[in-house]
Design a protein around this ligand. Structure first.
Ligand code: CP
Ligand code: NVA
Length: 301
């Protein structure tokens, strides 16, 4: 069974294959009419379950469109509407769904839910975000970087802000794709200890972004963070906003990324998000192409 659960648990050569496949598939579709199906229809007669226990725009729409372009069908399920949200075990849900569908993508809270789903499912399971990681996003981000600025190997990536789930997948990717990752943020919001050794820390954001090839940030309050922590987090993170003054300290051709949704003028200013170095909408588009390659990898198509 080939699941796609995390970047650090997927072999580097498989990750490289997924990126190359995604870039090729994207190129081969250029100029085709909107909504056209892929020529080889690798998901024909396949049903994909997309389970969401948290809100989503990009993940939901890009998986749905990707499956359809490859000739398959989708079923979008909200966790709250399933028996899963009313006491049925994850293990039982996984075994039942495996009798109906060919692939499961799940966005959930606890990583344990994802892992239990993968353990008991007899079809591949894809991680569509947990409190701990967001691997599909970072595959799209690596693809986006390489499309714009060439191989990411050896490049300097700087994360400014909260040491959250998206950062964790960047940390996993730093090892697998062999790039340098610097974290700049307050000590109170440091990444989880398990990630130590995968990145360096520089508390001063102006020093951190020196020579950066890529500057990344994300929301200051993630979906799993309590709203009661909002004000405290904002106070702690204000000094780590990505604005033009900070971007000007990175390399001239440094890219700016944000997985979106963003809170403009909090973690990043509109001047940066809409500025010449920003590739935020390419990242969003590449979710589609990268996830098509991830699904093909999982299904061996
Ligand atoms: N970046 C991302 O995963 O966006 P959604 O929450 O809209 O899916
Ligand atoms: N860190 C964010 C990412 C959203 C795509 C969250 O978990 O809410």
């Amino acid at each position: 069974m080939t699941h796609f659960l995390d970047i650090h648990t997927t072999p580097p050569e498989a990750l490289r294959g997924i990126i190359d496949d995604a870039i090729n598939v994207k190129k081969s579709r250029t100029g085709r009419p909107k909504g056209a199906l892929d020529d080889d229809q690798p998901l024909k007669d396949h049903m994909v379950a997309l389970i969401f226990e948290k809100p989503s725009t990009r993940t939901r729409v890009s998986f749905d469109v990707g499956v359809r372009q490859m000739g398959g069908q989708t079923m979008v399920l909200s966790g709250a509407d399933m028996q899963l949200g009313h006491g049925e075990t994850i293990a039982d849900t996984a075994r039942v769904l495996s009798r109906y569908v060919d692939l499961i993508m799940i966005r959930t809270f606890e990583e344990a839910t994802l892992l239990e789903m993968a353990e008991y499912a007899s079809v591949p399971v894809i991680n569509g975000l947990t409190n701990r990681s967001h691997p599909c996003q970072i595959m799209a981000d690596v693809m986006t970087f390489e499309e714009h600025n060439g191989p990411i190997k050896g490049k300097k990536v700087v994360w400014s802000g909260d040491g959250n789930n998206v950062f964790a997948s960047f940390a996993h990717a730093a090892k697998q794709f062999d790039f340098d990752l610097t974290f700049t943020g307050p000590e109170t919001l440091d990444p989880e200890p398990a990630l130590q050794g995968l990145y360096t820390v520089e508390r001063n954001p102006e020093v951190a972004v020196r020579d950066a090839d890529l500057v990344v940030t994300d929301t200051w309050v993630s979906m799993h963070d309590p709203q009661s922590a909002r004000e405290r987090r904002h106070n702690q993170l204000r000094g780590y906003q990505v604005n033009e003054a900070l971007m000007n300290r990175a390399k001239d051709d440094a890219l700016f990324m944000h997985c979106l949704p963003a809170h403009r003028e909090d973690e990043a200013t509109s001047a940066v998000m809409d500025g010449p170095n920003s590739v935020i909408f390419d990242e969003a588009e590449n979710r589609l192409h990268a996830q098509k390659a991830i699904m093909r990898y999982c299904l061996g198509k």
